[in-house]
Write a protein that binds this ligand. Structure first.
Ligand SMILES: NC(=O)c1ccc[n+]([C@@H]2O[C@H](COP(=O)([O-])OP(=O)(O)OC[C@H]3O[C@@H](n4cnc5c(N)ncnc54)[C@H](O)[C@@H]3O)[C@@H](O)[C@H]2O)c1
Length: 348
């Protein structure tokens, strides 16, 4: 077993070198003196070899070979959803600390089992939930924690962009249900995490989905449109809207309506956050939040990488709460139950 941190440098192995990996690799690479990528893995040589050569590190086609390495303290799992559980389990069993892309696991029960295993083995299990590190959300979370908007009545989230090129790629797994570039499990779970983080648990949901791309493209099984509405235990309403076949850049809107103020965030706008206090207030920007319309996602992933590494180095818990990540999957499960029940309310 390794799992400790070697001196003051955390030795990182990355498993899965697909679409999302470049931003993670850049994030860990930027942590010179704190972290070092020592090995990478992908079952596809075409994905593996260029990254291994670029980094000048060992490349493995089988994750178990990477996990057997003594010079890996922690692994970053960037795999299709169904593989999160099995590979995280293998990594923990090999004594490695782990961070895994969202969703933590394909089911909430599996996520809970992994969290319990990590605790039992004395290892860190975190989730690379980049929403936790979007600059505007971090500042809004502080405002909310200080009670800025007053009691919250309504929270809205919108995730928009176009996955149509990915859905057109016949070699990709994204279109298949179990690997899922799906509006609820892949996208809305970001905001389910944000709800748990900022406002507490979700009480009940109703959901409907659309298969806009599926109507035009062969083989697409996943839903690319979803609206998930419901109530939070704190009493507020929420509405999460996702469109993965909408023709504009990838972005997110996030709105919090309290009885004293309303906070409106939009990653594609400059300034990204405006606060209104009352019906006649034209709004003021939230100071200190940079506009990052093209780089907000990569920046948040880099901050997430830094948080994971510093948590290991400092012996503290990572900022992403694994319990919130499990709750996010549980909300997704309730949303899919609602879809199957024709939009009927489901408790979480
Ligand atoms: N946070 C975000 O905004 C964001 C964005 C995109 C993807 N993601 C998440 O990242 C994860 C990966 O998504 P992606 O879009 O990069 O997927 P992808 O399909 O592009 O990449 C997956 C990679 O894993 C490799 N792979 C498959 N099975 C393997 C195995 N057994 N061992 C090693 N490698 C294997 C594939 O060859 C592929 O290169 C998913 O959990 C997804 O939800 C998050």
């Amino acid at each position: 077993m390794s799992g400790g941190v070697h001196g003051d440098v955390v030795r990182i192995g990355i498993i899965g070198l697909g679409q999302v990996s470049a931003d993670h690799v850049a994030g860990y690479r930027a942590l010179a003196g704190e972290a070092e990528i020592t090995a990478v893995c992908d079952t596809d040589p075409a994905a593996l070899l260029p990254v291994a050569a670029d980094l000048g590190v060992a490349g493995h086609l089988d994750h178990r070979e990477l996990l057997a390495r003594e010079d890996v303290d922690a692994v970053v799992v960037l795999l299709p959803h169904l593989l999160h559980g099995p590979v995280v389990r293998d990594a923990l069993a090999a004594g490695k600390h782990v961070t895994v892309e969202k969703p933590l696991a394909a089911t909430a029960a599996e996520g809970e089992e992994l969290a319990a295993l990590a605790t039992e083995l004395g290892l860190v299990l975190s989730v690379s939930e980049n929403s936790r590190f979007v600059e505007s959300y971090m500042q809004v979370a502080e405002l909310i924690a200080r009670g800025g908007p007053g009691p919250v009545r309504l929270v809205r989230g919108l995730i928009h962009g176009s996955a149509v090129p990915e859905y057109r790629d016949d070699t990709a797994l994204w279109k298949r249900q179990e690997h899922g570039f799906a509006a609820i499990l892949d996208a809305a779970t970001h905001f389910f995490y944000v709800l748990a983080w900022m406002f507490g648990p979700v009480a009940a949901v109703q959901a409907v989905t659309r298969h806009w791309a599926a109507g035009h493209l062969p083989g697409v099984e996943v839903e690319d449109g979803a609206i998930v509405t419901g109530t939070l235990e704190c009493g507020a309403f929420f509405s999460i809207e996702v469109g993965l076949a909408l023709e504009l850049p990838w972005g997110e809107r996030f709105e919090v309506y309290g009885d004293r103020a309303s906070i409106l965030c939009d990653q594609l706008r400059d300034p990204p956050v405006i606060i209104h206090q009352g019906a006649h207030d034209p709004g003021v920007p939230l100071a200190g939040v940079p506009a990052e319309p093209r780089t907000w996602r990569a920046s948040s992933m880099a901050r997430g990488a830094a948080d994971f590494v510093r948590a290991l180095r400092d012996g503290r818990a990572p900022s992403v709460d694994t319990g919130h990540a499990v709750h996010a999957v549980r909300v997704a499960e309730a949303a899919y139950r609602s879809v199957r029940a024709g939009g009927a309310v489901q408790t979480v």
